[in-house]
Design a protein. Structure first.
Length: 86
């Protein structure tokens, strides 16, 4: 079963989409469906093992600030109160 999707674009956005579709010799609908498929693929979740490996590698390679969460939150709050952007 197919469903209709309405997307509101301003004139500049629509013109850009039309140019992109024309460059590929596609209709706007075909181009949008392809763009949505590509976006879904790019947004797929990585396996948990890969995420954990990435965190472990970063932890081994870099020195991130750490400590008790209460202390870290207090330090962050003090920075905001002092107007410190870091």
């Amino acid at each position: 079963m197919s469903k209709r999707l309405q997307v509101i674009l301003d004139d500049e956005e629509l013109a850009a989409v039309q140019r992109a579709a024309r460059a590929r010799r596609q209709t706007v609908a075909e181009w949008v469906r392809g763009a949505l498929r590509d976006a879904r693929r790019a947004d797929e979740r990585r396996p948990v093992e890969e995420k954990l490996r990435t965190v472990r590698e970063a932890s081994a390679r870099y020195a991130f600030p750490t400590g008790p969460i209460e202390q870290m939150n207090a330090e962050i709050s003090r920075g905001y109160e002092a107007g410190d952007p870091s």
